[in-house]
Design a protein around this ligand. Structure first.
Ligand SMILES: C[S@@+](CC[C@H](N)C(=O)[O-])C[C@H]1O[C@@H](n2cnc3c(N)ncnc32)[C@H](O)[C@@H]1O
Ligand code: SF4
Length: 373
């Protein structure tokens, strides 16, 4: 069981909130594609003979590449590992790239899941965030993708944005539901210091969004999507039956994965590796491994990571699995913390699992950190 993540580090235009590693100059697009394909070859041993269950092409904006270029990455993976039982091949795409012609070509490729970054259907908010599309384009693109035959579509939405009222949020969720997509990821806006929003907030040009507004919008999201038949299975993720994100779910269950491309992270159970967040640094160092940093995980890191990823999911922490992995003494330690959190109403125990109730997912970080060693 293993997954592969490919990071495509280009965007036609940078959004004012985003600090994912990406370049707005596309001049090195071709050379980075060749390097990614070469890096897959060089790092084959990281996953050894594991068969590949999922591939995720993210970014940045993978849709700056042609369908043929994306397919060439997948083909290379197929020559290096067994992908005959692959379950999911996802690509992230920006709505403005998804022309009908491009969608047809993508449908002919091996990609079987589209993740479309819509963020909002509100034109003013989209402009405020420096997105390239408008609300009508977003609706039309999802419909075109469905028309060409994509039957596993997820869309990204954002809330807790400056100037977004609850009514605007309700309207965005209603439009998302009308589209009949299989999966929705919805993120509370995080202000990252080095982004335009981060700089504007620091200068006092943007007033931070009140926590209570974010919490209300979280409740709206959770209630509307659950009422529409979506399973709120992870802090930011909602799926129709059988449509949970398989690749991301493997991150949350501790499976190993190889990440290639600038800034991509890899994990094999014992260590984490990540590539440098620089196009030139990556090109210079990927072949001899000097673009890679590594962190060997201590027993404490492994346990902290275990509770963090499990608690972010609806299923939570299995007491049996936890005891098998970390022993009875450690179980005793987390039981003490759990009893306090249960009394505080922030945790439940159900059928041998500790879980953060989905209605409390928004504050999950403040619960989870109390379980860290
Ligand atoms: C790698 S990014 C985007 C992929 C694609 N380029 C796009 O923009 O549609 C994945 C998602 O992370 C979310 N995101 C990025 N920065 C964020 C931030 N600062 N706060 C909350 N969500 C964020 C957005 O919803 C975005 O679609
Ligand atoms: S949200 Fe997507 S398009 Fe916008 S800067 Fe981030 S990766 Fe690029």
């Amino acid at each position: 069981m293993a997954g592969i993540y490919i990071h495509t580090p280009f965007c036609t235009q940078m959004c004012y909130y985003c600090d994912f590693f990406s370049s707005a100059s596309l001049t090195q697009k071709k050379i980075i594609l060749s390097a990614i394909i070469h890096e897959l070859e060089l790092r084959r041993d990281y996953l050894g003979d594991s068969s590949i269950d999922t591939i995720y092409i993210g970014g940045g904006t993978p849709s700056v590449y042609s369908a043929e270029d994306l397919q060439s990455m997948i083909n290379k993976i197929g020559t290096l590992w067994n992908i005959s039982n692959i379950k999911e091949i996802t690509m992230e795409a920006n709505p403005d790239d998804l022309t009908p012609d491009y969608l047809l070509k993508l449908k002919d490729s091996s990609i079987n899941r589209l993740s479309i970054g819509i963020q909002s259907f509100d034109d003013d908010l989209l402009k405020f965030m420096n997105r390239r599309h408008n609300g009508i384009e977003a609706v039309n693109v999802v419909k075109s993708a469905q028309r060409v035959g994509f039957d596993n579509i997820t869309i990204d939405l954002m809330y807790g944005i400056h100037g977004m009222s609850n009514d605007m949020w309700i309207n965005t969720i209603k439009q998302a539901l009308d589209l009949g997509v299989q999966h929705i990821s919805a993120y509370h806006l995080t202000i990252e210091p080095k982004t335009v929003f981060g700089i504007r907030e620091k200068r006092g040009e943007l007033t931070p969004v009140d926590e209570s507004v974010g919490a209300e919008q979280y409740d709206i999201l959770h209630n509307m999507l659950e009422a529409a038949g979506f399973d709120h299975y992870e802090v930011s993720n909602f799926a129709k039956r059988d449509f949970r994100a398989k690749h991301n779910s493997s991150y949350w269950s501790g499976s190993k994965y190889l990440g290639v491309g600038p800034s991509a992270h890899s994990f094999n159970g014992d260590s984490r590796e990540w590539n440098i967040s620089s196009l030139d640094g990556y090109l210079k160092g990927y072949a001899d491994g000097s673009s890679l940093e590594q962190e060997i995980l201590s027993d404490i890191d492994i346990q902290n990571e275990y509770v963090m990823t499990r608690f972010r999911t609806k299923e939570g922490v299995s007491l049996k699995d936890f005891t098998n992995k970390f022993g009875l003494e450690e179980l005793g330690r987390i039981e003490t913390v759990a009893n306090i959190e249960i009394n505080n109403g922030r945790l439940i125990e159900e059928n041998g699992f500790y879980k953060i109730p989905t209605s409390k997912f928004l504050i999950s970080d403040s619960v989870i950190c109390n379980f860290f060693k």
